[in-house]
Design a protein around this ligand. Structure first.
Ligand SMILES: *[C@@H]1O[C@H](CO)[C@@H](O)[C@H](O)[C@H]1NC(C)=O
Length: 181
């Protein structure tokens, strides 16, 4: 239903109800509601949201175990989406195509009974760290919102020389997207 149709319907409804509303309070509540709905959306502005073809957004998965080495970048190799090509699967690094506030998230699985320590890196500065060791496979996640300048670098790095487990079942992954410019 278009904006105009909605407003017209509301007006019509209000006419009918207002004609029959018997207390002053009912009538004034109705006209307040009408006024609110008219102000809600100015029809010439439209949606300010980002388009699916231009929003910087990537999602990449790890298809097999990887041991990046201490401070090595995890290269999530299977790209699922990479609008604006900010993520490079050959380096594992995301380069911000535009400045803005971004959300990043990773999921990693440790090997059977082994340690795994990874962290999100922003321009080579360590951010949130995930530390795992259990009796079996453990899965850890990191989630962060970062304010980036154009060209800023974000990736997942290994701390210590541990193996991130994954397989064709895609247990480990990394994604990020622009929230607002
Ligand atoms: C990696 O994960 C899979 C699935 O849970 C598991 O079968 C495999 O044994 C794991 N590899 C190691 C070395 O832990």
């Amino acid at each position: 239903m278009s904006f105009y149709t909605t407003v017209l319907t509301l007006l019509l409804l209000a006419e009918i109800v207002m004609g029959s509303c018997d207390t002053k309070l009912e009538c004034s509540l109705l006209s307040d509601l009408l006024e609110m709905s008219m102000k809600q959306k100015s029809p010439d502005k439209g949606c300010q949201c980002l388009s699916r073809t231009t929003i910087p957004a990537f999602q990449s998965m790890l298809t097999k175990p990887q041991t990046p080495g201490d401070k090595g970048v995890v290269k999530f190799d299977k790209v699922v989406i990479n609008t604006q090509n900010g993520y490079d699967p050959t380096t594992g690094v995301f380069t911000a195509p535009v400045a803005g506030v971004y959300q990043f998230s990773y999921t990693v699985m440790s090997q059977d009974g082994k340690y795994l320590v990874v962290y999100l890196s922003h321009n080579n500065i360590r951010q949130q760290t995930t530390w795992l060791k259990g009796s079996s496979h453990e899965t850890g996640k990191g989630n962060m919102i970062l304010s980036l300048k154009k060209g800023d670098l974000v990736c997942v790095k290994s701390s210590g020389s541990y193996t991130i487990n994954s397989s064709n079942n895609l247990y480990s992954s990394f994604f990020g997207y622009l929230i607002a410019q």
